[in-house]
Design a protein around this ligand. Structure first.
Ligand SMILES: NC(=O)c1ccc[n+]([C@@H]2O[C@H](COP(=O)([O-])OP(=O)(O)OC[C@H]3O[C@@H](n4cnc5c(N)ncnc54)[C@H](OP(=O)(O)O)[C@@H]3O)[C@@H](O)[C@H]2O)c1
Length: 323
């Protein structure tokens, strides 16, 4: 089968290639999916670049034995192991795996759910790491309540477009921060207010926020705290692009340490993919609460360009690869 193979760490154009690899073999608990679409999140690009270097062992765990990369996909069940009872050949599914950027991917039924009704494969594949991150940030770490005011930076990106929609579904008042070209899109997915960061610095404005979900990391901590309510929470999700051994990790850690001295809280977090939240996201999708914003769609043969595109950091929602 054809797949997107990573050979070492570095620039996507230098270490990625499209090539022939063996179709994955499943064991008794496995599910083989004929992939129809796979989404790319920015973390996958960090994994290709291998930055920060201290994370390289972790990044390697997300690569399939064949060298194929990619974590989130949607497709059709091609084969199931003899212990698999929840899925059958022909089911349309979405979820996670190792080696999503290929014609076939092996995973388990624990990591899959039936594709949301009415969703395309592209849309279903986009409900991946970014959507889990937005859900867990707002619900678990942010404990967002109806009526609270949340500010989402990077509102136009992979995480931000899910965060705006999930925060609205939770009954919050939502302000999205994005660039001029994305104002209409961020409004269209439900933001009550939009701030164009090229024209206005939200840390100099009047409104105070109960929760800031920061997917960019462009502001200093004192500036962020100046627009938090007295017991507000800053969730530090984004940081300037990782570099060197530890670059990119300092910002969220600083946020955590400084909150020890204040009623205002700051917290970094790492999202996880699990079956319960996959079901929760499917429900949000089927109830019309989240609709993935799809940016570019690349054929598998252009997967290297796709990864490089996402790596440039200007995604409008999520970009996907189709097979
Ligand atoms: N905690 C976790 O487990 C976890 C999981 C996933 C992702 N993350 C992190 O979350 C961050 C965001 O990821 P993502 O997938 O959403 O990235 P993305 O898809 O690349 O989106 C970033 C968005 O931010 C916009 N942007 C750039 N500069 C901005 C600024 N100063 N103010 C507001 N918006 C700005 C970009 O659009 P324009 O350039 O056009 O404005 C783009 O739409 C990354 O740092 C990633 O590492 C963390």
């Amino acid at each position: 089968m054809k797949g997107t193979i990573q050979n070492g760490f570095g620039d996507p154009n230098e270490v990625l290639g499209i090539g022939e690899v063996a179709t994955p073999v499943i064991d008794d608990d496995g599910v083989l999916v004929r992939v129809r679409a796979a989404s790319i999140h920015i973390g996958a690009v960090y994994g290709v670049r291998g930055l920060p270097k201290v994370m390289r062992l972790v990044f390697k765990r997300f690569i399939a034995k064949s060298g194929v990369i990619g974590q989130n996909m949607a497709g059709v069940v091609e084969a199931v192991g003899k212990n698999v009872t929840q899925l059958a050949v022909g089911d349309e599914v979405f979820g996670s795996c190792k080696g999503a950027f290929a014609e076939f991917a092996a995973t388990t039924s624990e990591e899959l759910a039936l594709k949301p009704t009415g969703f395309t494969f592209e849309q279903a594949s986009a409900i991946g790491v970014s959507a889990f991150t937005a859900l867990q940030a707002l619900r678990d770490h942010g404990k967002l309540e109806a009526g609270q005011h949340v500010l989402v930076t990077g509102a136009s990106g992979g995480v931000g477009t899910f965060a705006v929609q999930i925060a609205k579904a939770m009954g919050a008042e939502v302000t999205g921060v994005c660039s001029t070209r994305n104002l209409d899109m961020v409004r269209s997915i439900g933001a009550d207010h939009v701030i164009d960061y090229t024209q206005q610095d939200f840390t100099k404005g009047e409104p105070r926020y109960d929760l800031i979900f920061d997917n960019v990391g462009a502001h200093s901590l004192p500036d962020m705290r100046s627009v938090l309510t007295t017991d507000g929470l800053l969730l530090a999700n984004g940081a300037p692009a990782p570099a060197g051994w530890f670059g990119g990790l300092g910002h969220p850690l600083k946020v955590a340490v400084l909150s020890i001295f204040s009623k205002q809280q700051g917290r970094p977090f790492v999202s996880t993919e699990n079956k319960e939240d996959l079901a929760a996201l499917k429900e949000l999708a089927e109830n019309g609460k989240i609709t993935p914003v799809i940016d570019q769609v690349f054929p598998l043969d252009s997967a290297v360009d796709a990864v490089a595109f996402v790596g440039a950091g200007h995604n409008q929602g999520t970009s996907v690869i189709t097979m």
